[in-house]
Write a protein that binds this ligand. Structure first.
Ligand SMILES: NC(=O)c1ccc[n+]([C@@H]2O[C@H](COP(=O)([O-])OP(=O)(O)OC[C@H]3O[C@@H](n4cnc5c(N)ncnc54)[C@H](O)[C@@H]3O)[C@@H](O)[C@H]2O)c1
Length: 376
C-alpha cells in the first residue's frame, strides 16, 4: 500500500497538537512524514526535524521554500498538514492549494471571516485537491452515531441545542499584566490569534459540533463576549443565543478562564421525540432519553450502536479516545485522496463547515459589540 508523502508546517517543540498530528498521521500507516517547517527559528526547526527522523535538506527555512522545493522533487510531498496559529492558516493553505497539494489544516478554518471567504474560494475553485479541517471532536465514534440517529429522525425534529466548551488557561492562577504574555503568549495578539481568541480556539470546535451532529445551520445570534480584564485585553468568555434555520434554539458557552473547568466539552440536543447527551471526558457513551421512556446509555461498538464501529478500533468495554478519534480524520482524508468513487460518503469536516464557523464567530463579535441580535 502506498503511503502519502506528508509535509508539516508548525507543531514544533512545545506544541502538543503537533505531537497529536504526527501520531494521527501514522496511526493507520496511510502517511509518511517526509518534510517540514516546525518553527520560524531555523535552528530549532532543523534539530526538531532531525529528532523525528527527517533529513536535513527536507527541513526548510519557511513554508514558501518548502512548497517550492518539494514541488520540484519527484518524491515531493502530496499532502501538507498545517498546525500554525490561526492568523496564518489562510495564506499557508492557499499557497499549497494553488500548487495542487492536498491540505489538512487545524482549526479554526481561518483567523477572520474575510480570510475564510478568500480561502473557501480558492479551495472550491480547485477540484484536484482534498481539504480536511481537523475539528477532531466530530470524529469520535459516538458523535458519528449521534449524527446518524438525528439523520434518522430518532429524536424527531431538533428543538434545542445546548453546547459548552470550558477550559482554564490560567491553570487556576491569577494572571497580571506582568505575567500575561508568559501565560497566554500569541493568544493575546489578534494578528496571530484572529478575530476572537476564545471563539477561534475553542468556540469554533463547539459550534462546529452543533452543526455537525444536528446538520443544522445557525441563522441569527445574540452574543456577549467578555475580555480577560480591563488591562489584559483579549476575548476569554463567550455566551451566545443561537437561532437555527429550522426554528431550533441554541445556547452556547465557551470559556478559557472558567476556574476548575478543565476541558469540558459537552453537547445536549433535544428533539420532539427525546434528547441526547455526549460529553468528551466520557466519549464512549451517548445518553439517549426518549420523551416517554427510560434513559438508555448507548455504548461505542456495542449492540444497537454498531454503526459507531466503523470509526472505532478498540473492542467495546475497553476505553478508546482522543488520539484514535483524531486519527479517523487522517484515515478518512487519505481514503478520499485515494478514492476513485465520487459517491463515497466521507465524514471529515471540510472547507464549507470551516466557512460556517467563521461566519458564526464574525457574527458573535459584531453582536457583542453592538449588543444586538445579528444574522450570520
Ligand atoms: N484540534 C485541536 O484540538 C487543537 C488543539 C490545540 C491547538 N489547536 C490549533 O493548532 C494551532 C496551533 O496551536 P498550538 O497550541 O499548537 O500553538 P503553539 O504556539 O503551541 O505551537 C505553534 C507551533 O507552530 C510553529 N509556527 C508558528 N508559525 C509558524 C510558521 N509560519 N512556520 C512554521 N512553524 C510555525 C511554532 O514554532 C510552534 O512550534 C492553532 O490553530 C490551534 O487552534 C488545535
Amino acid at each position: 500500500m502506498k503511503r502519502l508523502r506528508l509535509g508539516i508546517i508548525g507543531g514544533g517543540p512545545g506544541s502538543w497538537i503537533g505531537h497529536v498530528h504526527r501520531i494521527a498521521s501514522r496511526f493507520d500507516d496511510k502517511f509518511k512524514i517526509v518534510s517540514g517547517v516546525f518553527s520560524r527559528n531555523h535552528k530549532i526547526n532543523q534539530s526538531f526535524g532531525n529528532s523525528i527522523g527527517l533529513r536535513k535538506d527536507r527541513c526548510y527555512k519557511n513554508y514558501k521554500e518548502l512548497c517550492l522545493a518539494e514541488k520540484k522533487r519527484k518524491d515531493g510531498i502530496e499532502v501538507v498538514a498545517i498546525m500554525t496559529p490561526p492568523g496564518s492558516h489562510q495564506e499557508i493553505a492557499e499557497l499549497f492549494i494553488k500548487n495542487n497539494i492536498h491540505v489538512i489544516s487545524d482549526k479554526p478554518f481561518a483567523g477572520s471571516l474575510s480570510q475564510a471567504k478568500k480561502l473557501y474560494k480558492t479551495i472550491t475553485r480547485n477540484k484536484k485537491i482534498v481539504y480536511g479541517l481537523t475539528h477532531n471532536y466530530s470524529a469520535y465514534p459516538m458523535v458519528r452515531y449521534a449524527k446518524k440517529l438525528i439523520e434518522e429522525k430518532k429524536l424527531g425534529d431538533v428543538e434545542y441545542v445546548n453546547v459548552e466548551y470550558i477550559q482554564d488557561w490560567s491553570n487556576g492562577k491569577k494572571v497580571t499584566s506582568a505575567t500575561a504574555k508568559k501565560v497566554f503568549k500569541w493568544k493575546l495578539d489578534k494578528k496571530i490569534a484572529g478575530v476572537s481568541t476564545v471563539l477561534n480556539e475553542i468556540g469554533s470546535h463547539a459550534y462546529h459540533l452543533c452543526n455537525y451532529i444536528t446538520g443544522l445551520k445557525g441563522v441569527k445570534l445574540f452574543a456577549d463576549i467578555k475580555q480577560y480584564s480591563k488591562k489584559i485585553k483579549f476575548d476569554t468568555n463567550a455566551q451566545v443565543f443561537i437561532d437555527y434555520e429550522n426554528g431550533a434554539k441554541g445556547l452556547f458557552w465557551a470559556s478559557t478562564t472558567a476556574k476548575g473547568g478543565v476541558y469540558g466539552l459537552k453537547i445536549r440536543v433535544f428533539g420532539s421525540k427525546g434528547s441526547m447527551e455526549w460529553v468528551q471526558n466520557d466519549p464512549n457513551y451517548l445518553k439517549f432519553s426518549s420523551a416517554n421512556g427510560a434513559t438508555k446509555i448507548l455504548e461505542r461498538g456495542f449492540n444497537e450502536s454498531h454503526f459507531s464501529k466503523k470509526f472505532s478500533r478498540i473492542k467495546y468495554g475497553h476505553p478508546e479516545g482522543y488520539l484514535s478519534a483524531f486519527s479517523n480524520l487522517y484515515r478518512e482524508i487519505a481514503s478520499k485522496i485515494n478514492s476513485k468513487n465520487r459517491n463515497t460518503r466521507f465524514f471529515f469536516p471540510t472547507a464549507y463547515e470551516g466557512l460556517l464557523t467563521a461566519k458564526f464567530i464574525d457574527g458573535c463579535v459584531k453582536s457583542s459589540s453592538k449588543k444586538k441580535w445579528v444574522s450570520f
